[in-house]
Design a protein around this ligand. Structure first.
Ligand SMILES: Nc1ncnc2c1ncn2[C@@H]1O[C@H](COP(=O)(O)OP(=O)(O)OP(=O)(O)O)[C@@H](O)[C@H]1O
Ligand SMILES: [Mg+2]
Length: 202
C-alpha cells in the first residue's frame, strides 16, 4: 500500500477505536493518565507546561489540567498562528481565560499577546497524537502542526521536554511509516504506561 494511504488507514483505525470507548472507560483512563503524569519528577518540578484540549475523542486532559492548576503551574494551550500557516503559538490558560472556536473547530484562548509563551521558558510540552509505535514515531491528525513545533526541540534550539498523551489503544505494534518531516517523540504517557525512547537530536 502507498505510504500516504497506509498512514491514513492507521489514523482511521485508531480514531474508530477511540470512538468505541465507553464514557466510563474514557473517564477512568483520563484519571489514570493524569495520576501517572503527576508521578513523574520532571512534571512535578515543571513550572510552565503546554497542553491541549481534547478533540476528536482524544484522551480527556481536563483532569490533568485541573491538577496542574492546583499545583499552581502555569498552563498554556496552542493557538493557530494568525499569519504563519501551519504554525502554533502558545497562550496562557487559566480557569477564566475566554476560549473561542478556531477554523479547525478546536477551542483556543483568545489571542492576547501579553500571555504568549516564549518557547525558551517552556518546561514540558504535552503533545496530542493519533498513533505511536515502539520507536516513538508519531502520527497526528495530518496538519504537520506539531512536527513544525517539535522541530525547534529536535534541532536543540529549545530544551523543553515533549511528552505525547494517548490511550493505550493508540499504540501500533507495526512500525508507523514515517515521512522526512516527522519528529519522533522521546516519551508517551498512556493510562497504563510511561514510554521512553532515546531520540538522537539533529
Ligand atoms: N517542518 C515542516 N515544514 C514544512 N511542512 C511540514 C513540516 N512538517 C510537516 N509538514 C507538512 O504538513 C503536512 C502534514 O504532515 P503529517 O502528515 O506528518 O502531519 P501529522 O504529524 O499527522 O500532524 P500534526 O503534527 O499536526 O499532529 C505534510 O503535508 C507536510 O508537508
Ligand atoms: Mg507528522
Amino acid at each position: 500500500m502507498d505510504k500516504y494511504l497506509k498512514r491514513q488507514s492507521i489514523r482511521d483505525n485508531v480514531r474508530m477505536q477511540r470512538r468505541m470507548l465507553t464514557k466510563k472507560q474514557q473517564y477512568q483512563y483520563a484519571k489514570m493518565l493524569a495520576l501517572r503524569a503527576l508521578k513523574d519528577k520532571r512534571i512535578q518540578r515543571a513550572n510552565k507546561l503546554a497542553i491541549f484540549l481534547s478533540f476528536d475523542n482524544e484522551i480527556n486532559t481536563n483532569l490533568l489540567i485541573n491538577m496542574l492548576w492546583k499545583e499552581t503551574k502555569i498552563v498554556y494551550l496552542p493557538v493557530l498562528h494568525p499569519f504563519a500557516p501551519g504554525h502554533l503559538l502558545f497562550m496562557q490558560y487559566n480557569p477564566n481565560t475566554p476560549l473561542v472556536i478556531n477554523r479547525l473547530n478546536i477551542y483556543e484562548p483568545q489571542l492576547d499577546v501579553t500571555t504568549l509563551l516564549l518557547l525558551n521558558q517552556l518546561d514540558i510540552c504535552f503533545i496530542p497524537l493519533v498513533a505511536f509505535d515502539n520507536y516513538g514515531n508519531r502520527l497526528g491528525m495530518g496538519g504537520g502542526f506539531y512536527d513544525r513545533m517539535l522541530y525547534s526541540w529536535y534541532t536543540g534550539e529549545f530544551t523543553f521536554c515533549p511528552i505525547g498523551l494517548a490511550y493505550d489503544c493508540q499504540y501500533q505494534t507495526e512500525a508507523i511509516p514515517t515521512e522526512k518531516w516527522d519528529i519522533p517523540l522521546p516519551e508517551v504517557i498512556t493510562p497504563s504506561c510511561h514510554w521512553h525512547w532515546n531520540i538522537a537530536l539533529k
